[in-house]
Design a protein around this ligand. Structure first.
Ligand SMILES: NC(=O)c1ccc[n+]([C@@H]2O[C@H](COP(=O)([O-])OP(=O)(O)OC[C@H]3O[C@@H](n4cnc5c(N)ncnc54)[C@H](OP(=O)(O)O)[C@@H]3O)[C@@H](O)[C@H]2O)c1
Length: 252
């Protein structure tokens, strides 16, 4: 049996979902080795700004390429979903890196893994969205309306929370303080909470194996990293607010 590109995209989506679950188990014991967990002396590393700008770039360029090639044939729901993905990665690739203050260098191995993931995911989401024919009434369906609203709310929480973290440092500082304000009053990892809500919304709006796999991947990686951050804060700061949850306000 010969597989067409839609079947390959489904298989890649399932593979991403399975990899997410495996990663979730592995990260129970292992910390993601960048930022505060980056070893003090690394042999091969990239400055934080360069690493973030380059590693996330494929997830911006691949949808833009699809847009250039097939933009005039895209149906409205496809175009909106593609725009949601590209807007996030425009922020993450072109704006976020420039705003980083005193970020730790990223080990080459971590950079390469993130870069490859962004090629995989950029291809998966953008090809799926340009090949699939969403019906015109899709954008008035309750799950699209709820999903796109969640996507927007999640992105705002994510950007606002990253801004709070940045404001904890002067431009040349590299140390850490207890984050205050916004959703940090409720959880340790408010920025990750926003990111998870954002991609959950995208998955709901797109209703596909591909978008769900990415939402699951984000959840698995960021939940584990949030748990590590939470333990790290409790160890580092004696006065860290004990009532703060890890990532989901009032829940966990
Ligand atoms: N979709 C996904 O799967 C995925 C995966 C990973 C990350 N992300 C997103 O990428 C963004 C960055 O992620 P991240 O893991 O680097 O986030 P992070 O560990 O919270 O760090 C974010 C930035 O704030 C600084 N920072 C964090 N806590 C601080 C504190 N208490 N005091 C002073 N500065 C502090 C960090 O500096 P240092 O570098 O010096 O620690 C870093 O520059 C987030 O928006 C996240 O949601 C998405």
């Amino acid at each position: 049996m010969e597989l067409g590109e839609p079947q390959v995209l489904d298989a890649l989506g399932v593979l991403m979902g399975v990899s997410a679950c495996v990663t979730f188990v592995i990260l129970q014991k292992l910390e993601t080795s960048y930022g505060r967990y980056c070893p003090p002396k690394i042999r091969w590393g990239l400055p934080a700004r360069l690493a973030w700008g380059l590693q996330e770039m494929p997830s911006l360029l691949l949808p833009l390429l699809e847009w250039v090639r097939f933009g005039d044939q895209l149906r409205q729901p496809n175009a909106l979903l593609m725009a949601m993905f590209a807007i996030h990665y425009t922020q993450r690739t072109l704006i976020y890196p420039l705003l980083i203050r005193g970020g730790k260098p990223t080990p080459l191995s971590t950079f390469l893994m993130a870069f490859m993931f962004c090629i995989y995911n950029g291809y998966l989401q953008s090809r799926y969205l340009s090949l699939t024919e969403y019906p015109d009434h899709w954008t008035t369906q309750p799950h699209f309306l709820a999903g796109s609203s969640l996507w927007l709310v999640g992105m705002v929480i994510n950007i606002h929370s990253d801004h709070i973290l940045r404001s904890l440092r002067e431009s040349t500082e590299t140390g850490y303080r207890i984050p205050r304000g916004g959703l940090f009053e409720y959880v340790t990892a408010a920025n990750y909470f926003g990111e998870i809500v954002e991609w959950l919304g995208f998955a709901l709006a797109g209703w596909s194996i591909q978008s769900s796999a990415f939402a699951l991947f984000t959840f698995c990686i960021l939940l584990r990293r949030a748990e590590h951050h939470h333990r790290w804060y409790l160890k580092k700061f004696k006065d860290y607010p004990k009532s703060r949850k890890i990532i989901f306000p009032f829940i966990y």
